[in-house]
Design a binder for this molecule. Structure first.
Ligand code: SAM
Length: 283
């Protein structure tokens, strides 16, 4: 028996179709409605599990307009489940606005946890997991991606990125440039699927493997990047400190000189400091 007036956030597989919990199947079978990102895609999974619950579309483009419809359905004493195309809804997937609206309306939201590419990749990365940062997808354009990676490069903890086949080579290339060729990476491709591959090594090694083999550029990717090694750090260095120093320098010096001084002070490359200075100036 399911509770009424509850929105269940249900994780579905990221590849292997049996990676779904018995409770998730039970909830999906017994809710009054399932909201799915792509109804056709999800019907395959639901049919495989013998779930006949009616399915409604809720995706990035209609989430805002569907919120009132979902709230009304729940207020009427019904239950609903939200699923995405793969893995855990809301993790680089729609649903945040709906969950928030339910909370604000006093409607219970309950998780039915399960597969997630982020945790799957992290669990086999061999990199420290006591502290990590999930940063979603990198920007598509090279200059924006470099500027986005630069502050991440200074972090001491593990970072996790999602990437698509269209940009995997370019993204790895920029990681080598910003993090340096030696930074340790793990790349999980097609996790839980037939062509699952796990690559471990330095950024330069992984880039050369992926560039050399077109098969390694196919499918879905999670890139896990080791935090900056302690030996690379100047005392007390952090993004916050770099920004604070740059702000002071920029009050007295032109951008180029301020960036050069900051690069010397923090033992980082000049381009990193220069791009950061431009970012702080809103350029
Ligand atoms: N909600 C999903 C989750 O829980 O992981 C993520 C959805 S996001 C739109 C899709 C991205 O997740 C892909 O581009 C890829 O980066 C990553 N991903 C999903 N499934 C994957 C898999 N089986 N192997 C590797 N990466 C995967």
């Amino acid at each position: 028996m399911l509770s009424e007036q509850v929105l269940y956030i249900v994780a579905t597989p990221i590849g292997h179709r049996d990676d779904i919990s018995a409770r998730a199947v039970d909830v999906l079978r017994n809710v009054d409605r399932i909201y799915a990102e792509d109804t056709r895609h999800s019907l395959t999974l639901l049919r495989h599990q013998g779930i006949e619950t009616r399915i409604w579309a809720l995706h990035e483009h209609n989430e805002e307009s569907q919120i009132d419809v979902v709230l009304e359905h729940l207020r009427d004493g019904h239950s609903a489940a939200l699923i995405s195309d793969a893995g855990t809804p809301l993790i680089s997937d729609p649903g945040y606005r709906l969950v928030r609206a339910c909370q604000q309306a006093g409607i219970k939201v309950s998780p039915v946890p399960g597969a997630c590419a982020l945790t799957a990749a992290l669990s086999v990365s061999g990199l420290p997991t006591d502290r990590f940062q999930f940063v979603g997808f990198a920007p598509h354009k090279r200059s924006a991606r470099i500027a986005w990676l630069q502050p991440l490069e200074m972090l001491e903890h593990t970072q996790v990125l999602y990437e698509s086949p269209h940009r995997i080579v370019d993204c790895l290339h920029d990681i080598v440039e910003v993090y340096g060729p030696e930074r340790e990476l793990s790349v999980g491709r097609e996790l839980t699927k037939k062509f699952e591959t796990l690559l471990y090594g330095s950024a330069a090694q992984i880039l050369s493997i992926v560039v050399a083999d077109a098969n390694q550029q196919r499918g879905e990717f999670v890139i896990v990047i080791a935090g900056r090694p302690a030996s690379d750090k100047a005392d007390g260095e952090s993004v916050v400190e770099l920004d604070r120093t740059l702000r002071v320098l920029l009050e007295h010096l032109p951008v180029k000189s301020a960036a050069k001084a900051a690069a010397d002070l923090f033992s980082i490359n000049k381009r990193t400091a220069y791009d950061r200075a431009l970012l702080l100036q809103g350029k």
